[in-house]
Design a protein around this ligand. Sequence first.
Ligand code: GRF
Length: 194
Amino acid sequence: MASGRGSNFQAIIDALKRGTILGICVGLVTDNPDSYAIERAKEAGIPVSIIDFAGFETRDLYEKALLEALRKLCPDLVVLAGYMRILGNEVVSEYSGKMINIHPALLPSFAGLHAQRQALQHGVKITGCTVHFVNETLDGGPIILQRSVRVMDDDDEDALSQRILIQEHIALPEAIRLFCEDRLTIEGRKVRIN
Ligand code: GRF
């Protein structure tokens, strides 16, 4: 699932093409008809479902349509690769243990939007990215992988985001690879990599 430019989605497509991940991408689901991820999916021959958030009267109706689109794909794993909405509890519980998210900070620091800006404003020296299972708490599920990035004195939000993004493109395919190889075990808050 992706909402915007889809560079993380592209990193997954590339890893699948290289054969690094033993799996297939059964579909892209997006809430945004203008998402560049749609072009990337078409280019890679991946089916696209557009569930346009703006086309629904209520959030509930949107979530129902989203769930229907996901169910049709029968995914073993749902990857939030820059999906920019908070998911409802029904979707989250249906895919419990089978849904992961990439976040551009070292969680639990700087959850929510503008994580890179939050890190700069706080003055941390090290930030990074986190891949985690999704649970009912925003950016709060068990952590699979993290990669760190140094914050430079003259960093602005763009420069820092770019360097974190490079690490996201490594971490997300790596977490998917581990999942597809059945090497992740959730033990309470911890994820064991076997
Ligand atoms: C990434 O920084 C991701 O961590 C955040 O939104 C951004 C999406 O970028 N959730 P892209 O659409 O994958 O290029």
